[in-house]
Design a protein around this ligand. Structure first.
Ligand SMILES: [Zn+2]
Length: 337
């Protein structure tokens, strides 16, 4: 029965009428251990998320890798199954990037560089997957589930979507909500997981909890930079859907600072300083590896503190609480922000 169901899901994904997803034939991939490792991370995230449900989960779950080089993740629904598809090429991109970063003098106190690379890659992947889980658990697909069976709800990070959004503001509020879910859950995992902290200290990865938080900031912001950098074909971006990476970064920093305030106020003073320090380090490291156009980057970085950006975040935020949240509540399986 399970195989038959899988067969239909795969057929469904292959037959999406736009930008078809070609599911990776995992048997043909040489790097099996990488695939298995990341599949296990997805299973763990899914199992952990079941513990904090506010509504019974009637949806099944299916995960697959797509045979695509771009860094992207997709959330879609087939009948009563939540589907997440992640591009395999995106995972190797994340790995290559952090390997290059760890070959430099980044976080020089860590002697096991491979361990550092794997840890940072894992954090970035966790963010990507958690964002897609956020779309499912916060009801983003169910609340817009088309009545007609031949219409398919689907959203991905590159902004190609078939969900009939009411406005660009709605699309941005939805993406911001998925980011909130990802930032909150991945940050709390670092902030409130004594086992990871203990193990990290034992094997020389962290000197203390601040290092753990340093890596989270570095990994999530590197992810935003990596993701934004591949949007080379500016013509293919749906501008009304495009969620500026500087907005995403500002939002991510804001959430982590709030969580520190609530859960670990004793870490607050140093954390603010660490946030600035690592944010700069992320930018410099990215620039050194990617040789990206510096003026463009500097403008983007400055825009995080630009008044217009902050105003825009407020506008999206306001739309979320007044318009979107009431619509999502009946469909959300997790507590909404
Ligand atoms: Zn998304």
């Amino acid at each position: 029965m399970k195989y038959l169901e899988e067969y239909f899901i795969k057929r469904f994904l292959k037959n999406l009428p736009y930008d078809p997803i070609s599911i990776l034939n995992e048997n043909k991939q040489t790097d099996r251990s990488l695939l298995t490792g990341y599949k296990n991370i997805v299973t763990t995230i899914q199992q952990v998320s079941q513990k904090s449900l506010v509504r019974e989960n009637h949806q099944g779950f299916y995960f697959a890798f797509a045979d695509d080089k771009r860094l992207n993740g997709t959330a879609t629904i087939y009948k009563n199954t939540d589907i997440i598809v992640v591009n395999y090429g995106g995972i190797t991109k994340i790995h290559q990037y952090f390997r290059a970063a760890c070959n430099s003098s980044l976080f020089p106190w860590v002697t096991n560089r491979q361990l550092l690379c794997d840890f940072l890659s894992g954090l970035a992947f966790d963010f990507l997957i958690s964002h897609e889980f956020g779309h499912h658990y916060n009801g983003h697909l169910l609340f817009r589930k088309p009545q007609k069976a031949n219409l398919i709800s689907r959203m991905d990070m590159l902004g190609t979507t078939t969900i009939p959004y009411e406005s660009a503001l709605e699309r941005k509020a939805i993406e911001m909500d998925a980011d909130s879910y990802a930032s909150t859950n991945t940050f709390l995992k670092q902030l409130r997981n004594p086992t990871v902290l203990k193990m990290g200290i034992e094997n020389g990865l962290f000197r203390d909890q601040y290092d753990q938080l340093r890596y989270w900031i570095f990994a999530t912001h590197s992810f935003f930079l990596l993701f934004a950098a591949q949007m080379v074909d500016i013509n293919s971006i749906h501008y009304e859907n495009y969620y500026n990476r500087t907005l995403r970064q500002a939002h991510n920093l804001d959430i982590s600072a709030n969580l520190i305030d609530i859960f670990s106020p004793h870490l607050k003073t140093n954390f603010n300083q660490i946030m600035d320090e690592i944010f700069q380090l992320t930018e410099t490291t990215f620039h050194n590896i990617h040789n990206s156009d510096s003026d463009e980057r500097i403008r983007e970085v400055l825009s995080v503190t630009d008044k217009r950006v902050i105003e825009h975040i407020k506008e999206v935020d306001n739309y979320y609480y007044k318009v979107l949240k009431p619509k999502l509540i009946p469909f959300a399986r997790h507590k909404l922000a």
